[in-house]
Design a protein. Sequence first.
Length: 451
Amino acid sequence: MDRIRAGFVAAARVIRRLSQSGLDESRGCLPRVVLMPVLSSRAARRRAPCSFPRYALPVTDEPLYLDHHATTPVDPRVLDAMLPFFRQHFGNASSRSHGFGAKARAAVEAARASVAAAIGARSGDLIFTSGATESDDLAIAGRLARAGVRDGLVVAATEHSAVHAPAERFAREGGRLHVAAVDATGRVDLAALEAALDERTALVSVALCQSEVGAIQDLAEVVRLARAVGAHVHCDAAQGVGYVPFDVEALGVDLVSLSSHKIYGPKGVGALWVRRGVALEPRVLGGGQEKGLRSGTLNVPGIVGFGVAATIQATEGANEGARLRTMRDRLWQHLASLEAVHLHGPALDGPRHPGNLHVGVEGLDGEGLLLALAPRFALSSGSACASERRAPSRALTAMGVPKDRATLRFGLGRETPADRIDEIGAHVVEVVGRLRASSPAWRLRGETLDW
Ligand SMILES: Cc1ncc(COP(=O)(O)O)c(C=O)c1O
């Protein structure tokens, strides 16, 4: 018993130390969720007097969340629909011999129909995965493995790393990869794309909506060009579904990746829609679930949540998009009052995600600016995946954005309060002004140094 208690005390000590270092500036991290102590012994209680419930994960303070491209909170209606599938309806959707399995299977099929309907597809052609990353991998590697003599892959330079990574592996294994240039707004250069296509091209992969600057691609034209050489088209539609008209039949795409957590559903669930007749080599083998294309026990609560999230997004996305656009445009009015601040991506009234505002700020360090804003606003400089690597954004580089600009990506979403937009704008303007006032680089800008 004593050893168990000693173990708890030691664990509490470590956790407490972690909780006290909520802002680790030496590593340049933003304040994150802080794990509070789990206390069971009197000794531990003495060391860390606190009244937090067990395993509570409170945040240090409550910055306003403005990073909806990274992920979205689960809509309460989605959560309500999911909960029974953790509790009473916990069956395995593959169990055929009892009602638990049947209940789970029925819920999965209802969700499949909802997700498919959101993109104008037949539900039988949609398989569930763990997210858009897995869907992209299956679409690209799975399709290329079955492409026969065709050995060409073309991807846009602004694609997410979930597309670039399997594309680069394909190139390492001897495939012909062409990365198509984009214009300064992040939209694929159609002339460059056309020039990259030939009769050996098997697949073209272009996202619906770019995750950093919100550029919405001209998919109809991409499909037209790809079709002309007999290539298939994969579209990573993790971002933008519901805000932008997207219908697989109207567009003529062949493979579509979706992600639940970008549309107020749970994380760890996604889908790949596969046009009938387009053959794929499975990546995950096992029990043969999802028509043998993606083995593994189905995440029933997650899938149920994804289904509800897709229906809500399809029903409410257009109105919500208009609300986001109004807020986003007002926010830009504030930021545009600053000197040497640039809008990255398409024009605000152009082909752009309605909740996206990506700005470049001259004369400041990007990490420093994010850290200064972090106590009040949770936002990022670009894709969450890229920021883990802290490498310059591939997409911004391809767009020709100078590397020395600090960048901020605002991703407005469903719970962003319209009445706080002026406060956000004014605070960013104030912080940028303050940081610039103390920045020698900013004060000396434009001056030619006489070495
Ligand atoms: C365009 C795009 N594709 C793929 C992903 C990865 O999606 P998931 O987190 O569902 O694997 C993301 C998420 O950041 C994304 O924005």
